[in-house]
Design a protein around this ligand. Structure first.
Ligand code: GDP
Length: 442
């Protein structure tokens, strides 16, 4: 889950306010002390924390809040609002040029995830119907060119490379000609990464910049490096005037400091976040949704978007029909599991649902392994068994358990759960019908 520890601590501090009918200034003070500590422990920039707490306190101790019927809720709303504002309020999209190709210069330190992210961006643009071209300008490490080529191949996007015998400025210029000739409407230039910021590196990117006049200079930063990432952002921005940041590795145990400080420190937006190593694990950054996620209020919009992109609409319709007519079988169930897996790691998905806060997630015993076992059980059933589970007697149960490498009690449990789910679906459908008759529904 994103920023798990920060999320848990903030929810703890604010949860105490929620249960109080009336708030005193002291209550707010105590809660804010905890919030301050949580933010500092998450490695949020010290000045940013100070300003943040000051703003929240000023608003929270105002008369309307303290006198309102739900002061605790109001304070949480203020924290949510100020967190959102800290991260820049709304999504800032890629600035596509009105005269293609749009040119994007990728920069960042080695290991931040620049090459991977370059591939993810190309993948994302391709899905939007664009024709991206990747350009290999990291001529110092032969492995870097190869890596970009591999990434390009995986997402089905061409890579322009001239090996490592030419200088990056010439390569970038030649790539622009190539893009124009081949109608590529987005050119993404992968530049050299270094272990540390050095003058040579900056000079080089600056020279490429002069040669191709990019629409975007994106800086890729590793969220796990906390305040170091913020310092890198500051240095790059001072020298190159970046147009945005892509923060990677938010799926790991990053503490949150970078995400919460970058905008305030550099005034440059985070445009995307990396949520995993796979090339489709890049999400647009929505400050409001991120704030809600951190506060355990869920991120329903991102969840729906993810579902829409990954779930087959026709299949969903068909499934709904089956549920309504009680024809739902184990085969449909298996299908559902497959689709759910397409959405990504389970804890990330659940973390987007309101109420699934850090605590709830810990208490909930769902994991990928359980789902794998359920899948194995269903896959060990014959087609007929999947369609009419009633025929699964004890000898069949024994066979299914040994075929799937599970136990008979596990098979029993799944069969029982399935039966109950079906019963519940039937009840719901009947209830809906009655309501409709009475004119109360739909
Ligand atoms: P570069 O040196 O900046 O080009 O970095 P790479 O693209 O080679 O990435 C360095 C490592 O970070 C690789 O192992 C990537 O798979 C990994 N990585 C990149 N982005 C993410 C992300 O969003 N999440 C996770 N978990 N790993 C990532």
């Amino acid at each position: 889950m994103v920023f798990e520890s920060l999320s848990e601590k903030l929810q703890n501090a604010l949860g105490k306010l929620k249960s109080k009918g009336k708030l005193s200034e002291k209550d707010v003070d105590v809660a804010m002390r905890e919030v301050r500590l949580a933010l500092l422990e998450a490695d949020v920039n010290f000045t940013v924390v100070k300003d943040f707490i000051k703003k929240v306190k000023e608003r929270a101790i105002g008369n309307e809040v303290m006198k309102s019927l739900t002061p605790g809720q109001q304070v949480i709303k203020i924290v949510n609002d100020e967190l959102t504002s800290l991260m820049g309020r709304t999504e800032v999209k890629i600035n596509f040029s009105s005269t293609p190709p749009t040119v994007i210069l990728m920069s960042g330190l080695q290991g931040a995830g620049k090459t991977t992210t370059t591939g993810k961006l190309a993948n994302n643009f391709k899905k939007q119907g664009k024709r991206p071209l990747l350009v290999a300008c990291d001529v110092y490490r032969p492995a870097a060119i190869k890596q970009l080529e591999v990434v390009g191949e995986r997402v089905g996007v061409p890579v322009f490379s001239m090996g490592n015998k030419h200088n990056p400025v010439d390569i970038a210029k030649a790539a622009m000609e190539h893009a124009k000739k081949h109608a590529n409407d987005v050119v993404i230039i992968d530049t050299a990464g270094r272990l540390h910021i050095d003058e040579e590196l900056m000079d080089e990117i600056e020279n490429i910049h002069k040669a191709v006049n990019p629409d975007e200079i994106l800086l890729v930063l590793d969220a796990m490096t906390g305040q170091d990432a913020v310092n890198v952002a500051k240095s790059f921005d001072e020298r190159l005037s970046i147009t945005g940041v892509i923060l990677t590795k938010l799926d790991g145990d990053a503490r949150g400091g970078a995400a919460l400080s970058i905008r305030a420190v550099t005034d440059k937006p985070i445009k995307f976040v990396g949520m995993g190593e796979k090339l489709d694990e890049l999400e647009p950054f929505h400050p409001d949704r991120m704030a809600s996620r951190i506060l355990g209020m869920g991120d329903v919009l991102s969840f729906i978007e993810k579902a829409q992109a990954n779930i087959d609409a026709d299949k969903a319709m068909e499934l709904e029909k089956k549920i309504r007519t009680s024809q739902f079988t184990f085969e449909d169930f298996l299908d559902q599991l497959e689709q759910m897996k397409n959405l990504g790691p389970l804890d990330q998905i659940l973390g987007m649902i309101p109420g699934m806060n850090a605590k709830a997630l810990k208490g909930l015993d769902v994991n990928e392994k359980d789902i794998g076992r359920i899948e194995a059980i269903i896959k060990s059933m014959t087609k007929k068994e999947r369609q009419t589970p009633e025929i699964i007697d004890s000898s069949r149960r024994k066979r299914i358990a040994s075929g799937s490498g599970t136990t008979i009690p596990e098979v029993n449990k799944l069969l029982k759960q399935f039966k109950e789910t079906k019963k519940m679906m039937k009840k719901f459908t009947e209830m809906e019908k009655t309501m409709k008759k009475k004119g109360k529904f739909g």
